[in-house]
Design a protein around this ligand. Structure first.
Ligand SMILES: Cc1ncc(COP(=O)(O)O)c(C=O)c1O
Length: 388
């Protein structure tokens, strides 16, 4: 077979599409490096795991795995609608919110014509979804703290903008858009555009809001004030501890939901995922414990950055972005050899940054100790250097 066949098999934009590089699983790192007891704090998962209620429900659901799932996810969507005080047809579920991101671009954007807009250092899936559907992708500049600059985002909106993705808070920076800027962005939205507010870390962010530390916008409350062009994404992968089951949801005007639903694959969310998510939703104590634990871990990670003289960014999520001031891939590899798996951010365009997710208290402590050892040994000790 000539190589030309493969070179022209897919459209050029698919050839250009980078393959998403997930963090390595623990078992693979241990096998490759011949080490034991590695810890993974690389993918913003909940180190406390899922609620025991979700585990019990999932085990039971396996017994009926010979049946296709409920294709309309009726019970899960009803439970979400009840909790959020909205109608059933205002909720859509996906195999993780990632799937819904792709569905939004596929359903709403005309390839080569409409634009997807976000800002630099935004969650990487927006770019991948735009590229996968040959949709032009525009990134607004950010502030010097790598946060969304509302003015720059607004200035980048045009008559071609179809979808604006705003992760609030954003991964990997942890930065958030406050109520005032959020309302400005909503007011400036071009009439043909949908604002997708990605609230994967909503439960963590609302905690800081409840404590009066931040003004975190309530995107769905704004939508209910006659703003049908706001669509919110949430997930069971983060605080609910169900990343491995792949379930997320979107909330919006029923006419928007209906359009996105048209490109949804049949039975996209498994029966096990549906019942586990339903049970997880019922265990809000687990959510409370998880967010308190995450808060302590974030504080410890940021203190560590301070004492090592490293820049770190404030985070409303369950992770902290560190600037290690040198090639972060190399630092990541050194940490790997010590059994600590974190995420280098080169693919995001941040070559000196590492993202460290919250761990259990022991995992966070070990990460901090190891980071100190690794950076201390290679620099002759960073403590005392000016924090930038
Ligand atoms: C901002 C943001 N949105 C969406 C997702 C996707 O989550 P999932 O597809 O697991 O629901 C993530 C995962 O890291 C994220 O950080």
């Amino acid at each position: 077979m000539s190589s030309r066949f493969f070179e022209t098999l897919a459209p050029q934009y698919i050839h250009d599409l980078p393959v998403y590089q997930p963090g390595k699983p623990i078992e693979e790192v241990e096998r490759e490096l011949g080490i034991e007891s590695a810890i993974k704090i690389a993918s913003n998962e909940n180190p406390m795991g899922p609620s025991p209620r979700a585990v019990k429900a999932a085990k039971k659901a396996i017994e009926s795995a010979h049946w296709y799932p409920d294709g309309g996810a009726f019970r899960l969507r009803s439970a979400l609608a009840d909790r959020l005080e909205i109608e059933l047809d205002e909720v859509i579920v996906g195999a993780g919110s990632n799937e819904i991101i792709h569905m939004i671009v596929q359903a709403l954007c005309r390839p080569g014509v409409d634009e997807v807009l976000t800002h630099r250092y935004a969650f990487i899936s927006y770019r991948l979804a735009a590229m996968a559907h040959n949709v032009p992708f525009v990134q607004a500049e950010v502030t010097d703290q790598l946060a969304c600059d509302a003015d720059a985002l607004i200035a980048s909106m045009s008559s071609r903008t179809k979808v604006v993705f705003l992760a609030n808070p954003n991964n990997p920076t942890g930065a958030y858009v406050n109520t005032r800027d959020f309302e400005r962005i909503v007011d400036a939205l071009p009439e043909q555009a949908l604002l997708v507010v990605d609230e994967a870390y909503h439960e963590y962010a609302t905690y800081a809001h409840e404590l009066g530390e931040v003004e975190y916008p309530q995107s769905q409350a704004v939508r209910s004030r006659d703003m049908p062009r706001i669509f919110t994404l949430r997930t069971f992968s983060k605080i609910y501890g169900l990343s491995g089951l792949r379930v997320g949801y979107g909330i919006g005007d029923r006419r928007v939901v209906d359009l996105i639903n048209r490109v949804r694959r049949p039975f996209n969310v498994s029966s096990v995922a549906q019942v586990a998510a339903l049970a997880a939703l019922d265990d809000q104590e687990h959510v409370s414990r998880s967010r308190q634990a995450a808060r302590s871990s974030i504080a410890a990670l940021r203190d560590c950055a301070g004492s090592l003289g490293l820049k770190s960014y404030p985070s409303l999520g369950n992770f902290v972005l560190f600037d290690v001031g040198r090639d972060a891939v190399a630092t990541h590899e050194e940490l790997l050899r010590e059994g600590v798996i974190v995420r280098p951010m080169a693919a995001w365009g941040l070559p000196t940054c590492l993202r460290i997710s919250v761990g259990t208290a022991e995992q966070t402590e070990r990460a901090i100790r190891t980071l100190g050892d690794v950076l201390g040994s290679s620099t002759g000790g960073l403590a005392g250097k000016d924090a930038t």
